[in-house]
Ligand binder design. Structure first.
Ligand SMILES: [Zn+2]
Length: 215
């Protein structure tokens, strides 16, 4: 594998800084994590977007969150076809092995994946409609959300689609038998949230009102 190169200097420098401070000042905590294994209370599914920083937002330490990130924080519906399903594998492990108490799906403002889905559904992004587009086929998960969008201008509808992505994912989560069983037994609760990156706010979906409300 002669194509794998050494890390760039800036990452090496930052790592050594972390090792000399955060790690060395909390060695006992890290040893305990290593000896006892992880016992995260929550799983968070968020976008790959570099601006979405769930550990910083919730002040989480190492070992607290089981995090899965993918394009547009989507969960596909349950299918049992023997193929590779990264998101479904992460959900299965979190629920059936780690027994997390909370599963949070976090959407965000200005999501490029959601915007791509919107343009594709509007017929403005033929490249995303190609069978060979990994992003396009992944964003197919969100098509039911597009179909539910209210009338309005593009900016309003794109923002609504970001929140629909959270709802579609919550609905799809319940199609996994082990998720539904854990929810119905009270072992697991599902949560939908949306982060406005620019103003630092967080909105939580309230199933009673059927809307997202700031906390
Ligand atoms: Zn995104």
């Amino acid at each position: 594998m002669d194509f794998a190169r050494p890390l760039p200097e800036y990452l090496i420098t930052r790592f050594h800084g972390w090792q000399a401070t955060t790690y060395s000042q909390n060695k006992g905590w890290y040893k305990r994590l290593a000896d006892e294994g992880q016992r995260p209370r929550a799983m968070i599914i968020s976008c790959c977007d570099s601006r979405v920083h769930v550990t910083a937002m919730f002040g989480a330490d190492q070992g607290e969150f089981f995090i899965h990130r993918n394009i547009a924080n989507l969960v596909p519906a349950f299918v049992s076809d023997g193929e590779h399903h990264g998101t479904s594998a992460a959900v299965e492990y979190a629920v059936t092995s780690l027994h997390v108490s909370h599963l949070v799906v976090m959407g965000h403002s200005g999501c490029g994946g959601v915007e791509g889905c919107y343009e594709m559904c509007e017929g403005h992004a033929p490249a995303l409609e190609e069978k060979t587009s990994f992003v396009g086929r992944w964003m197919d998960i969100l098509r039911p959300g597009y179909d539910r969008l209210p009338q309005g201008d593009d900016a309003t509808r794109k923002r609504a689609l970001e929140k629909e992505g959270v709802l579609v994912s919550l609905e799809n989560l319940m199609s996994f038998p082990f998720v539904r069983a854990a929810v119905e037994s009270g072992e697991l609760t599902l949560h939908g949230v949306w982060n406005h990156i620019g103003n630092g706010s967080l909105e939580v979906y309230d199933s009673l009102s059927g809307a997202f409300h700031p906390i």
